[in-house]
Design a protein around this ligand. Structure first.
Ligand code: KG4
Ligand code: ZN
Length: 336
């Protein structure tokens, strides 16, 4: 059976995984440097790059060992590595390591778009997906609605025209002095707040599938200043409700326009409890399957990179060893 070693270093997670051609995960190891960044209120690129240099070799070794493979001459068929988008210094560490392993193990290398990796995450958990899939990809860096026709065949329906959803969570949390990353704290706080306490606009940029979160963030700050009597929990709940509502309006529009087989969530914000239940409700109302991957599959991992690597290898063949990082690499460029 064919095995691919996936390597992911686009942001703060050093990750490696071994995945076979049927998308069964044989191992998946993730080491995050997030704790080093929390006091700075965001990921510090220089620190992230150095952390990858320190941790990636050990992470790759553990992924090979966990899959029952030799760490010096593993029986793998290829190496998939995140080529972009992401932090250039972090991508460089992963790419350089992947090239060295490919040469040492004498196997082909394939460069993968990180966002395409996220699109493959649901396939790792449920290989029997009902197609086409409407995928909502919401993370700290991206917010996209994607029509995924069949594995690797997709087009982007719309995306944020300003901040990403996770960025909005982080900015509101920073303003409330709740620390970084803000999403998990706001999610927890919102449980005890009144989502109707602060009326907020639901931005609807255009008659399309685009999203916008920058105005919402400003409205939250202005509203909170005007209503000092509101608790952090009330503000968190109101903000989370407005953000979820905006995403769900676009999701419902897509579900009524196209005969989807299922919906899927991906990216760090896919861990949000309100968004998860809203997606499940919308899917049930539309009579389609809802795929809510485990948190470890929503956030950055190398198994999804390995899975997308299988597709790219079959579709485009191996990449050259001269593969360069692509810090900015819109998913639209890969659309079919
Ligand atoms: O995908 P991810 O781990 O990293 C990238 O951005 O690539 O996503 C991180 C983002 C952060 O903005 C974080 O605040 C947000 O995901 N996040 C959440 C939750 N958990 C993480 N946002 C809302 N609710 C959550 N429970
Ligand atoms: Zn990601």
């Amino acid at each position: 059976m064919g095995l691919i070693l996936g390597i992911e270093t686009s942001c703060d997670d050093s990750a490696a995984a071994v995945v076979d051609e049927n998308f069964t995960i044989h191992s998946s190891v993730i080491e995050s440097s997030l704790a080093e960044h929390s006091s700075f209120g965001g990921v510090v690129p220089e620190l992230a790059g150095r952390a990858h240099l320190r941790t990636l070799p050990g992470v790759v070794e553990r992924a090979l060992r966990d899959a029952g493979l030799s760490t010096t001459a593993p029986a793998i068929d290829a190496i998939a590595v995140t080529q972009g988008p992401g932090l250039v210094g972090s991508l460089l560490v992963g790419l350089s390591a992947a090239k060295a392993y490919a040469a040492a193990f004498d196997v082909p290398l394939v460069g993968v778009n990180h966002l395409e990796g996220h699109l493959f995450a649901p396939l790792l958990e449920a290989p029997d997906l009902t197609w086409p899939l409407l995928t909502v990809l919401v993370s700290g860096g991206h917010s996209l609605l994607v029509h995924h026709e069949s594995p690797g065949v997709f087009h982007v329906l719309g995306g944020t025209i300003d901040d990403a959803a996770g960025e909005a969570f982080d900015k509101v949390a920073r303003w409330l002095d709740l620390g970084y990353p803000g999403g998990p704290v706001i999610d927890r706080l919102a449980e005890s707040g009144d989502p109707k306490s602060l009326p907020l606009p639901i931005s609807m940029p255009g008659d399309n599938y685009d999203l916008s979160f920058s105005g919402l963030k400003t409205a939250v700050v202005r509203g909170a200043q005007k209503h000092p009597e509101l608790s952090d929990a009330d503000i968190a709940a109101s903000f989370q409700r407005a953000l979820t509502e905006q995403i769900m309006r676009k999701v419902k529009r897509a579900l009524s326009a196209t005969n989807y087989g299922g919906v899927a969530l991906g990216g760090g914000v896919a861990a949000n409890s309100q968004l998860r239940s809203a997606m499940a409700e919308a899917a049930a109302a539309a009579g389609v399957t809802c795929h809510l991957p485990a948190r470890s599959m929503c956030t950055d991992n190398a198994a999804m990179i390995a899975a997308a690597g299988w597709h790219r290898l079959r579709h485009d063949g191996p990449s050259s060893l001269a593969l360069a990082p692509r810090p900015s690499w819109p998913l639209e460029e890969l659309a079919s």
